[in-house]
Design a protein around this ligand. Structure first.
Ligand code: ADP
Ligand code: MG
Length: 315
């Protein structure tokens, strides 16, 4: 099989969702997207490297699915809606079984979120997957990291801790164990987009851990924050393995979560909670933006102490 038959068989064959924006998809030198006048285009890219982001023995279907979900999460964190992706694959060899699994996982994720695959690239080398995603958002409505203001309330969309714990269990538990569910099949928070556009002053997705990702918001917004350990929603899956304070510690630093952390002004708090509630989506108020720079946590004992970022860093 050559490069072109791989594209035909495993990628061009994936059904289109006929996104309005796509004028030309796979098969030309570039895809053509028509951006409506009242919209902004969001673009984000992520690379997954074997043994860094996934292990050799993970099913190809899981790798593809997770790769797409992490990209969708970046669009969700800007309060946008994903519309299309390009997928660049570096493969050590043409392994048809692996490619079939990859194509299946990719297809499942694309159909689930009505996204079109509009192009890509295939090269030979150590297994690496780069996905570039495109999303749209009403003009000037994208929610940035830099908008948090002193006094804003800080929220999370869901509980934390299970994915960080799952990573520590990869060598000792079967991949079928429920602890791996969120690690392998993350759920990006796309349903919050309109609410975030309307109410949020800043937003970020939790990919490296709350302690490091919230710190990025604080730095970009030139503010500080205090969060409360007692308010951090901890994954119920941790109960079987960790005591309460260990579980909170895990939740504060756990990466690969793809929950959103966002801020809302005091004036908009009630409106936001009502809007999220009417969509029956979860939300957790965990703290407040403050003038004093840096991130602090109020422990279960009521002591306020600095919370340093211990999320994943590549370099
Ligand atoms: P070029 O030489 O112009 O870069 P390629 O031969 O790499 O073109 O790709 C041919 C077409 O197939 C292009 O439209 C490209 O976007 C698409 N394509 C290549 N690899 C993939 C892939 N993994 N998934 C989807 N489309 C792909
Ligand atoms: Mg090419």
């Amino acid at each position: 099989m050559n490069e072109f038959s791989v594209i035909e068989r495993f990628f061009k064959s994936i059904a289109s969702n006929h996104t309005d924006l796509v004028q030309q998809s796979i098969g030309d030198d570039a895809a053509v997207l028509a951006i409506p006048e009242q919209k902004d285009l969001l673009i984000s890219t992520d690379t997954l490297v074997e043994n860094v982001h996934f292990l050799k023995d993970w099913p190809a279907e899981v790798i593809a699915y997770k790769a797409l979900m992490t990209n969708i999460s970046d669009i969700a964190a800007m309060a946008g809606t994903p519309c299309s992706v390009v997928v660049a694959l570096t493969l050590p060899e043409i392994d048809q079984q692996w490619l079939a699994g990859f194509s299946k996982g990719l297809n499942k994720a694309l159909q689930q979120y009505q996204i079109d695959l509009v192009g890509g690239d295939i090269t030979r080398g150590p297994l690496t997957i780069t996905i570039t995603i495109h999303g749209i958002v009403p003009k000037a409505q994208a929610v940035l990291r830099s908008g948090a203001k002193v006094g804003d309330a800080i929220y999370l969309t869901g509980s934390l801790g299970s994915t960080g714990f799952a990573v520590s269990q990869l060598a000792s538990k079967s991949y079928n164990d429920s602890i791996f569910n969120k690690l392998f099949f993350p759920k990006p928070c796309v349903e919050y987009a309109e609410i975030l556009q309307k109410f949020a002053t800043s937003a970020i997705d939790i990919s490296d851990g709350l302690s490091s990702d919230l710190a990025h918001v604080l730095k970009a917004s030139q503010v500080g924050a205090e969060i409360e350990a007692a308010l951090i929603p901890v994954s119920p899956l941790l109960e079987a393995y960790l005591d309460k304070s260990q579980a909170i510690e895990q939740a504060l630093h756990s990466g690969d979560e793809y929950e959103l952390c966002f801020t809302v002004s005091q004036a908009n708090k009630a409106g936001l909670e009502q809007a999220i509630g009417s969509l029956k989506l979860p939300y957790y108020h965990i703290g407040q933006i403050q003038q004093d720079k840096g991130l602090r946590v109020r422990t279960l004992d009521g002591v306020v102490q600095p919370l340093s970022a211990s999320g994943f860093k590549h370099f």
